[in-house]
Design a binder for this molecule. Structure first.
Ligand code: GDP
Length: 540
């Protein structure tokens, strides 16, 4: 109400702090086997062991080790989900498993994953996958990784490398052991008592049970019956189920659980906080909704005002409407966020619609209605009927599986579309050596004129350009060129080293020693810039 943002500090003081299991995310290039590896690991999970191997994808699973230790794996592969969660403040991942196919080596998304892990300061354990393949060459992968700056253990660094095969299920125990070792080194601890601080890793709507959220507790204990606020939603926890689907009373740190009883569907990355009463829960969720709505409107307005604030000499800012379709919600968010980084003073990237799943007829209809292009990330090609309609309507469809390539494509489209800025460039410089006066000879020829006898000392002079007169470095006059002559001959241009006679419209104030600059107008287009870290931007 008073415009302050207050964040609850979770204090560990006086509380019991105990070791907790590590939370692991699997990342890597498409088709390198992230899903297969997660499937294989899930087979070794506690749930699979108890349920005879049949498990559901629930957002997370726990693998128990013979020593009694355990590891929690987040079940959504890919860095898109990882970075979308992180962008929303949900830093739940402790360790990243970087999957690299032994037969394919380091690829663009491998590098992206490394950048994401580094940016989040999360240690990496490398899993070289597909080691069963005849073309597998783990040594080559290691050299590639080392040359990307990863300090691998066998080369004296601290990043562990494990060779696995997700299909043949080999090396999985070594991977789990490596993860435990990494977790040990990190000495992960969490407060156990007190109100829980937790994050949603996945949410779904169940016909019978209503909104269900898979949550990971970061600290404290989540207890059945508590009132919670989850992102913008709220509810009273009616039931907590562990990953086996068994009801439990409470959830402790790093334990993935499914909670039931929320009034609405939260989003991956939402935080879960415990409050004292239903009244507070309602109030907080209402406040968050209002804030989200205000932020949304502000963002739209920001875009608008920037568009409206064109002054006369500024080029127009054009709009680039985009529709984003991707495989899962987390990716949609990540792609949308990434596209917005391409916003520039000249082209406004307006994501008009986002969605999960393949590109459909209705996407094409919408694109046609607002002149948008359609971006598909990590999805299959649309059916040929849809492609035909899009082609006929001249709608561009851009499909990619690597975010960098997508941004590069869209960046180039933006550069094409940008109006560019007019820029004044000094094309030539001359010094005034002498001044000649021509007295007004007849009325038809006009008034007296002063001619500057100059030598071009740099660049070249063009008659059609604007001239600028400088005295001791100060601009004293600017005007168009009335006449440019070389030895009594009218000329269009005079090059460096040559002498010429120059008349500037309405200027009769030349002095010997003045400098005259010939100014040219050029249109400068924006540039698509990418840095080594994978960050991109449009520079105007
Ligand atoms: P993702 O895109 O990284 O999730 O990759 P997937 O898990 O979908 O795997 C891509 C393809 O590689 C699939 O056809 C898998 O069967 C295959 N694959 C994954 N792991 C292995 C492996 O260890 N050995 C072999 N031979 N094939 C694998």
């Amino acid at each position: 109400e008073v415009g302050l943002n207050i964040r609850r500090q979770h204090s560990h003081e006086g509380a019991e702090v105990l070791s907790r299991p590590a939370v692991v995310t699997v990342m890597g290039h498409v088709d390198h086997g992230k899903t297969s590896l997660l499937d294989a690991l899930r087979q070794t999970s506690v749930a699979a062991k108890e349920a005879g191997g049949i498990t559901q994808h629930l957002g997370a699973f726990v693998v128990g080790m013979p020593s009694g230790a355990s590891i929690t794996f987040l079940d959504t592969p890919g860095h898109a989900a990882f970075s979308a969660m992180r962008a929303r403040g949900a830093a739940v991942t402790d360790i990243v498993v970087l999957v690299v196919a032994a037969d394919d080596g380091v690829m663009p998304q491998t590098l992206e994953a490394i950048s994401h892990a580094k940016a989040a300061n999360v240690p990496i354990v490398v899993a070289i996958n597909k080691c069963d393949k005849p073309a597998a060459n783990p040594e080559r992968v290691k050299i590639q990784l080392a040359s990307e700056g990863l300090q691998l253990e066998e080369m004296g660094g601290d990043i562990q490398v494990v060779e696995v095969s997700a299909v043949k299920k080999t090396g999985l125990d070594s991977l789990e052991e490596a993860l435990l070792l990494q977790a040990d080194m990190m000495d992960l601890k969490a407060r156990v008592d007190g109100p829980a601080q937790a994050y949603v890793v996945e949410a779904r709507l169940d016909k019978g049970r209503g909104p269900l959220a898979t949550a990971i507790v970061k600290a404290g204990t989540l207890v059945c019956g508590q009132h919670v606020v989850v992102g913008r939603e709220w509810g009273r926890i009616r039931a907590i189920r562990d990953m086996l689907g068994k009801l439990t009373e409470a959830a402790k740190p790093a334990m993935p659980v499914e909670i039931e009883g929320l009034k609405g569907l939260p989003m991956a990355g939402d935080d879960i906080i415990v409050v004292d009463s239903e009244e507070r829960a309602r109030m907080l969720s209402e406040g968050r909704r209002r804030k989200a709505e205000k932020d949304r409107l502000r963002k739209i307005n920001e875009g608008r005002t920037e568009v409206e604030e064109e002054s006369e000499d500024m080029p127009k800012r054009v709009e680039m409407p985009i529709i984003v379709k991707a495989d899962v919600q987390g990716t949609v968010q990540a792609v949308t966020d990434a596209l917005k980084t391409l916003n520039s003073p000249q082209v406004f990237v307006n994501v008009v619609h986002v969605g999960v799943g393949p590109i459909s007829q209705s996407d094409v209809d919408l694109a046609q209605a607002c002149g948008a292009c359609i971006v598909g990330f990590n999805i299959k090609s649309p059916p040929s009927t849809v492609i035909q309609v899009a082609t006929r309507a001249n709608i561009k469809i851009v499909l990619h599986r690597v975010i960098y390539h997508l941004l590069e494509d869209i960046g180039n489209l933006i550069v094409d579309k940008a109006p560019g800025t007019f820029e004044t460039r000094v094309a030539g410089e001359a010094e005034v050596l002498n001044i000649f006066e021509l007295k007004g000879r007849s009325k038809s020829k006009g008034d007296d004129v002063k001619i500057a006898g100059c030598r071009v000392i740099d660049g070249r002079f063009t008659k059609s350009s604007t001239m600028r007169l400088l005295r001791s470095g100060e601009v004293v006059f600017e005007g168009s060129c009335a006449s440019l002559k070389r030895e009594k001959q009218d000329v269009e241009t005079v090059g460096k080293g040559n002498e010429c006679g120059l008349v500037i419209c309405d200027c009769d104030d030349f002095q010997v020693g003045d400098v005259i600059q010939c100014l040219e107008q050029v249109i400068r287009k924006p540039k698509f810039i990418s840095s080594e870290s994978g960050a991109v931007r449009i520079e105007c």
